[in-house]
Design a protein around this ligand. Structure first.
Ligand code: ZN
Length: 149
């Protein structure tokens, strides 16, 4: 294992053990439940918007280390962003874990790049993208429930 893999492992475990922005969000404008039946991951993502800006985002639920760490990192990455920027980041993250992005793109994603390793494991890609599917649904308002299946 390379030093970079070790670092990424550390980041993921840290977010899994101490999820950021975890808990209910009073005054949420929209909330979405996400379910990944293949792994059993369940996430509830709640957002509060101020105009075009994603002012607050929190999540609840239970899932595997990958889905929990991904949700935690996602909330940190998108909180405070304009909605359009959050959706753009969701696209770039999806490209990263699907293995569709150029190598340099990972660097722009900062800590999120730690999840890039799942591209080698199709089952885990669904764990990593669950929170982002739910985010997209919450921001575009096209459903109160998402499933990876
Ligand atoms: Zn999972």
């Amino acid at each position: 294992m390379s030093d970079l893999d070790d670092l990424y492992q550390e980041i993921l475990l840290d977010h899994y053990r101490r999820p950021r922005n975890f808990g209910p969000l009073p005054g949420a404008d929209r909330a979405v439940d996400g379910h990944n039946p293949l792994c059993g991951d369940r996430l509830h993502i709640a957002v509060r918007l101020e105009g075009d800006r994603l002012a607050e985002i929190r999540f609840e639920g239970s899932g595997c280390a990958i889905s929990t760490a991904s949700a935690s990192m996602m909330t940190e990455a998108v909180r405070g962003l304009p909605v359009a920027a959050a959706l753009s980041l969701a696209d770039r993250f999806r490209a990263l874990v699907m293995g569709d992005s150029p190598p340099a793109a990972a660097e722009e994603l900062g800590e999120l790049a730690a999840l890039g390793g799942v591209r080698a494991f199709p089952m885990r890609v669904k764990c990593a993208t669950l929170a982002w599917h739910a985010l997209r649904s919450a921001l575009t308002g096209d459903g109160a429930r998402v499933s990876t299946e």
